[in-house]
Design a protein around this ligand. Structure first.
Ligand code: OAD
Length: 248
């Protein structure tokens, strides 16, 4: 019976890899103080997603939805990337063929300096016009509740993929290509229950990738992946992916 690979074994594999894809979820930002969705302090413990994060909810009560997003933007405006986000920036620089897929809308990967990233659920710091479709950055805290488009005065909405909506074609294409062509997939801090991201581990495995999961708790992916580590992103990710392996 083979032994379970250690963090050092996996670090070695990552160092040798030509192509690495990383999938992140709320757990990586939890270490920056951002609430997760399904954890003990998770947002979905206190709020019903279909009342706040769906096209129907926005149609019914855009003010309520904007108030919730304004509250989240205010909370996020005080948060900064942690050692795990930073370690992935270093990894991007070292690996020839690298892609980061994140379900997080907080923008912390880009703030840290990641550039090869698909934010598949959108970005809370972007707004989109419900009339003309224009997307633009908006960092106002607080934001005008019921903000309007600078070009056509239409009602703006958060540029987020809500329940019942499809991911952008270009994000799906980039993600599938990265999953199908990587030697190694590293999954960090996601409960693995929201589709399509929940299907990313099996897709990468079917295409021959070695799949590593790091999460605080076991997930539905834990039995399917090649190695599953339990721990905090901020502690383990730097050990796995940085050349020094120890960022204090
Ligand atoms: P979840 O809240 O469902 O899961 C977060 C996972 O991170 C859990 O399995 C935790 O055990 C783990 N975790 C918590 N703290 C951690 C830490 N410090 N280090 C490592 N792991 C930790 O969040 P997601 O899987 O990202 O959709 O949720 C997926 C989607 O559901 C989100 O993108 C969001 C939500 O509805 C949209 O915003 C559109």
């Amino acid at each position: 019976m083979g032994h379970k690979p250690t963090i050092t074994d996996i670090k070695e594999r990552i160092t040798q890899a030509r192509s690495v894809t990383v999938l992140t979820g709320a757990g990586i930002s939890a270490d920056s103080g951002v609430p997760t969705f399904r954890g003990a302090d998770g947002l979905w413990k206190n709020f019903r997603p279909e009342e706040l994060a769906s096209p129907d909810a926005f149609e019914r009560d855009p003010r309520l939805v904007w108030e919730w997003y304004d509250w989240r933007r205010e909370l996020l405006s005080t948060k900064t990337p942690n050692a795990a986000h930073e370690a992935l920036v270093e990894l991007e620089k070292r690996i020839a063929d690298f892609w980061l897929i994140t379900q997080n809308v907080d923008g912390l990967h880009r703030t840290a300096g990641s550039t090869q990233v698909s934010e598949i659920h959108g970005n809370i710091w972007k707004v989109r016009c419900t009339n003309c479709g224009m997307v633009e950055s908006n960092h106002d805290v607080p934001i005008d509740i019921l903000p309007s488009c600078t070009s056509c005065q239409g009602l703006l909405r958060p540029h987020i993929v809500w329940f019942g909506e499809s991911l952008a074609r270009e994000d799906l294409d980039a993600s599938f290509s990265a999953l199908q062509n990587c030697e190694l997939l590293l999954i960090i801090g996601t409960s693995g229950v929201v589709y399509p991201a929940a299907s990313f581990a099996p897709i990468a495995k079917e295409h021959g990738a070695f799949v590593v999961e790091l999460n605080l708790d076991p997930t539905p992916n834990s039995d399917l992946v090649d190695v599953s580590f339990q721990g905090r992103a901020r502690d383990i990710v730097p050990l796995l992916v940085t050349s020094s392996g120890n960022r204090g």
